[in-house]
Design a protein around this ligand. Structure first.
Ligand code: DC
Length: 217
């Protein structure tokens, strides 16, 4: 049986950076489930659908074939065969993903894919509902968080380093809105699983946070 590590938490808590590091150290496969919801969001945006058009999302999401593969240890998300890694990190896609991921059909489709992956391989999987829904029997569960101001500043630094013009207050407001949506939706909202360990990374380095998770393994 595979050994799985579930990492959940709000946007910008450092989940993916930390999960990648842990996967490298333990020689596990890193699965970024947010990227799958983002690929679905990109597909819906391309069809001209808005996050609140539930019925259209119900029908249209069935036409998206989302799979992942690994190239040089990196997760590549394929949307109907197209590598969309370079297209899913925009603010527009972030917003749509937060909205469309509340849709039950979207979730059923992607959760199945995630569970199949975790059954085959030892994975470090990050997302919002991994410890609560996708892998309720994961060997290790972590709820990773940080103050919203710290998360916004990290995102701001990341975008600024890429040469993008951005506004810290706007980023913080956006993160707060997404947190609220992800935490209050009806299906699989973001909450700390009862048996998950809470790690607040506000005052931690990536390395310290990764070590804290590895210590739980
Ligand atoms: O982790 P991320 O920011 O890339 O995720 C994008 C959106 O996808 C997030 O706002 C909520 C949704 N998501 C989800 O509902 N369940 C997951 N397991 C992962 C992401």
């Amino acid at each position: 049986m595979s050994h799985n590590i579930a990492i959940d938490g709000p946007a910008g808590a450092g989940k993916s950076t930390i999960a990648k590091k842990i996967a490298q150290k333990l020689n596990y496969i890193y699965v970024d489930t947010g990227a799958m919801y983002r690929a679905m969001a990109l597909f819906l945006l391309r069809q001209g659908i808005r996050p609140d058009e539930t019925e259209k999302i119900d029908v249209t999401c069935e036409k998206a074939d989302i799979t992942i593969r690994y190239e040089n240890g990196e997760q590549v998300v394929l949307l109907n065969g197209e590598n969309v890694n370079g297209l899913i990190r925009t603010e527009e896609v972030s917003r749509m993903a937060s909205g469309s991921s509340a849709n039950p059909r979207v979730r059923t489709k992607l959760v199945k894919l995630q569970q199949e992956l975790a059954a085959k391989e030892n994975v470090v999987m990050d997302g919002r509902d991994i410890g609560t829904c996708v892998l309720p029997n994961a060997a290790v569960k972590v709820y990773l968080t940080a103050d919203v101001s710290v998360r916004a500043k990290r995102r701001f630094d990341e975008l600024t380093a890429k040469g993008e013009n951005c506004n810290l207050a706007e980023i913080e407001a956006d993160i707060q809105k997404r947190d609220h949506q992800d935490m209050t939706r009806e299906i699989s909202p973001l909450i700390q699983a009862e048996d998950a360990r809470l790690i607040d990374t506000s005052h931690m380095t990536i390395e310290e946070a990764a070590q804290a998770v590895i210590a739980l393994c």
